[in-house]
Design a binder for this molecule. Structure first.
Ligand SMILES: CC(C)(COP(=O)(O)OP(=O)(O)OC[C@H]1O[C@@H](n2cnc3c(N)ncnc32)[C@H](O)[C@@H]1OP(=O)(O)O)[C@@H](O)C(=O)NCCC(=O)NCCS
Length: 186
């Protein structure tokens, strides 16, 4: 599909609602690796995403969801385990021309739903754009609340200690009994 011919919103961006095909959120497969890699790489230079090699994406492609419209991949996101109790949403990205139309939120919500199904108790993300996360129930927390992330990625990152990303967390495992025994449902 020629993206330049796609209907746009009043903000001048692609409007999925104005196309004939519905937006589909589905598990990624090996044929999606190149599209995912392009989406991620386009945002690495801006300091928004950690770099991912195509080999790494291919190795973990089963953890990714993609958003497609007319079989074109417009967005993606990965649910990656950091420890037994904590997983991270990584590489959440929507093609620049398709932002602001709900695709990011749709991928995010599907990743959170997948984490719930897998019984992940706690989910985090490091992001320059906390708004979509907070809008669906994440809370902003200090980076130091997530030592698993610091040990896994931050210490080796060129942005370590000068990182401008916001850490966000959502507790998914409080359905039966919350922290300190408080009953809680999110
Ligand atoms: C973050 C990103 C995935 C959001 O995707 P999107 O499809 O544009 O998001 P949505 O259309 O679902 O917007 C959700 C909300 O976030 C807001 N939002 C989206 N991008 C924003 C930005 N850059 N700054 C502030 N708010 C933003 C939207 O206005 C919307 O808020 P509203 O519902 O109150 O109107 C997309 O901007 C992106 O790919 N950014 C570059 C990569 C990145 O930073 N990824 C996050 C790393 S985990």
């Amino acid at each position: 599909m020629d993206p330049t011919r796609t209907p746009t919103t009043r903000h001048g961006i692609r409007d999925p609602a104005a196309t004939t095909a519905p937006l589909e959120i589905r598990p990624a497969g090996r044929p999606d690796v190149t599209a995912i890699s392009r989406l991620v790489t386009a945002n690495v230079g801006l300091g928004h995403l950690l770099p991912r090699t195509p080999e790494e994406i291919e190795r973990h492609v089963s953890r990714f969801l993609v958003a497609t419209l007319d079989n074109t991949v417009l967005g993606c996101g990965e649910l990656a385990p950091l420890s037994e109790r904590l997983s991270e949403i990584r590489s959440l990205v929507v093609a620049a021309g398709s932002r602001g139309t709900g695709i990011g939120t749709a991928v995010l919500a599907a990743l959170v739903a997948g984490a719930r199904r897998q019984g992940v108790p706690r989910l985090c993300a490091f992001t320059h754009v906390p708004h979509p996360f907070v809008a669906i129930g994440f809370s902003i927390v200090p980076h130091t609340w997530l030592p698993e992330k610091i040990m896994t990625d931050c210490q080796g990152c060129e942005w370590f200690r000068r990182c401008e990303q916001t850490a966000v967390v959502i507790e998914l495992g409080w359905g039966q009994s919350g922290p300190r025994g408080t009953a809680r449902t999110i």
